[in-house]
Design a protein around this ligand. Structure first.
Ligand code: SF4
Length: 339
């Protein structure tokens, strides 16, 4: 059976006064029904641009999705869909939730009406049926007093409840794919955990596939089936969650893992932070994009982009350290704190 979603050689640029910024530089991956794929990396690595490309939400101009890119949903290229096909796709087949629900919810519209809207448009329900369904959706995302809450406005909801309401809107039409872009970043830690648990619970219940976009590897550990790490517009390592957490091969992934706080880290140890900044994608480097920040950098790293090395059927990495002639380097103890 074909994949639910296939992204093939996605390249996205932005045309600015300074020149062409190559934000996504040949990204390929796929997604199976019901699985959770995490895309992890610092801000500016291209993860959000990738997810917005799937929804065709890149403003063109200044954005440009290169013509040899393909994004296939159930075999059909999203990049070639008509406006009508796109309207049907968004919400009905693929939905997205964003970091800050306050900027996505309409402050002048009751929450119930915001959930009902997509049910009326996509499911052909009348207003009464759609509002009844909206109450069910609010109950599904564990909002108490759903019958009363459905009549309230976003400002009457707490931050966590607004994110739950966003999830209710996104899942109202039972989409096959949910893209969650930093869904918990604006929330405090306890609420973050509740929202991640909710996404996991709903995914099990509804069978929705999830693409989880985050800068924080700690958030994905208990939720993701597979992880791909993005840096400077490329996927530099991918694997199952176990492979990334227990056998990562790329120095950038090691650095991300060391940045995750852990309960067994001694309190006097400072949390690890990655020095330096990502390269300027106006002029992407010819060699490894992580070279200027990598403590294992060799001469060849600055001159040539490493090939993809397959570690297992599910695990691959793009780093010169995997070359047979490279010096053997032990992964640092990725203990979640500076040693
Ligand atoms: Fe570091 Fe070289 Fe590997 Fe890049 S290719 S991550 S610079 S060792």
């Amino acid at each position: 059976m074909g994949k639910l979603l296939e992204v093939k050689d996605l390249k996205v640029s932005f045309h600015t006064y300074a020149g062409e910024v190559q934000s996504v530089r040949g990204v390929s991956f796929d997604l199976d029904k019901g699985e959770t794929l995490a895309i992890v990396g610092e801000s500016g690595c291209g993860k959000t641009i990738t997810s917005k490309s799937i929804m065709r939400l890149i403003p063109t101009p200044p954005g440009e999705i290169k013509s040899d890119s393909q994004i296939l949903f159930e075999g059909k290229d999203i990049l070639k869909m008509s406006d009508k096909e796109l309207r049907d796709l968004r919400g009905e087949a693929i939905s997205m939730i964003f970091q800050d629900p306050m900027t996505s919810l309409n402050p002048t519209m009751k929450i119930g009406n915001q959930i009902a809207e997509s049910l009326i448009i996509h499911r052909g329900m009348n207003k009464k049926e759609a509002l009844e369904e909206a109450i069910k959706m609010l109950k599904l995302v564990n909002i108490p007093n759903a019958e009363k809450r459905v009549e309230q406005y976003p400002h009457e909801f707490s931050g966590g409840m607004r994110q739950r309401a966003m999830i209710a809107i996104a899942l109202a039409c039972n989409p096959k794919v949910l893209i969650a872009d930093e869904p918990t970043t604006a929330l405090d830690v306890t609420i973050q955990a509740q929202i991640m648990d909710l996404i996991k619970e709903l995914q099990n219940k509804l069978g929705t596939a999830v693409i989880l976009i985050t800068h924080d590897l700690g958030v994905v550990a208990s939720v993701a089936t597979r992880i791909q790490v993005m840096y400077a517009g490329k996927i530099i390592e991918r694997g199952t969650t176990d492979e990334i957490f227990c056998n990562a091969k790329h120095p950038y992934t090691w650095a991300l893992l060391q940045s995750v706080p852990r309960l067994d880290t001694k309190h006097k140890n400072k949390l690890y932070s990655i020095q330096g900044t990502p390269p300027d994608l106006l002029k992407p480097p010819v060699g490894c994009p992580f070279a200027s920040r990598c403590e294992y950098c060799m001469q060849i790293c600055k001159e040539e982009m490493p090939e993809v090395t397959k570690i297992s059927d599910t695990h691959s990495v793009q780093c010169w350290l995997q070359h047979p002639l490279a010096p053997k380097v032990e992964a640092p103890i990725v203990a979640g704190g500076a040693e």
